[in-house]
Design a protein around this ligand. Sequence first.
Ligand code: GGG
Length: 357
Amino acid sequence: MARQRIAVIAGDGIGQEVMPEGLRVMKAAADRFNLSLSFEHFDFASCDYYEQHGRMMPEDWKSRLEGFDALYFGAVGMPERVPDHVSLWGSLLQFRRHFDQYINLRPCRLLQGVTSPLANRAPGDIDFMVVRENTEGEYSSIGGRMYEGTDRELAIQETVMSRHGIDRALRFAFELASTRPKRSLTSATKSNGISITMPYWDERVNAMATHYPDITVDSFHIDILTARFVMHPDMFDVVVASNLFGDILSDLGPACAGTIGIAPSANLNPERRFPSLFEPVHGSAPDIFGQNIANPVGQIWSGAMMLDHLGHAEAADAVVKAFEAVLAQADSAVITPDLGGQGTTETLGRAIADRLV
Ligand code: GGG
């Protein structure tokens, strides 16, 4: 197989700490399975870059990332230095749009050795996938401000729901549900309060459901859905949601499954016309940056999703088994403080990589 090129963008905060562990494990997997992967590092899409250049990325970022097979991303955002909307819109959201990564797939699973904050939850009780629409919805750039600096100041931002955008996300979610044992799909809505776009979303869900008669479909308003995530996480299988709702649910889900530190995500262009991007769900966590205590499993698990996407299912599976085994052992000298241990980002990353040798 030809060499596959991976663009590595560690970004900000703990992204810079978890990325080396992600790469350590990717390289161990590549050695073990004889994969021909190359990793090329980029310093842009970070607030350091912004402070040096007055923008998050160079003007030619598109051509510099052309030809890569995947993007391996850490985290973005240092709100005390650069406003969050500037850093996010100047980097990650540009990647998602330019590379048409219209699915954000976020698995949520309670793993052996990880304690859920919810009472009486064991591994197997929480195991679902959030499919987040990733290129439109509430994350639109349409809107503006008026009467700035006056007492009539106002801000408007439109929500964009296109048939094309909704349907392709729903189709992906229904297809995914067709491959899972429960064959069930839950849609997040808020069509009682958001009276134009959300009823349209529901309408498209109902239309798509007619093509998948063997999938059980239900729909919940986002408010009660968040409550059900906490009270009955076992009822979910595939959850499909708009950009904002999906973002919220895919932080809440992993928090119910013990720690957001382990949650992975894949920003997918399912047709593979463009590279997909793999990043942990967590952000740059400035509050713990610099302490070497960030959990690297979200980065590593995202790397496993990347290997799978690149056609290396066996290597991906081995990486998942490696971190599952290390977490199940729960050696407090190895695991990070979010898991109740005294280990570091590096001790956990190394323990996982060592399992692959
Ligand atoms: N690794 C994920 C990351 O850096 N997230 C920053 C963030 O706020 N993302 C918002 C989003 O995913 O839409």
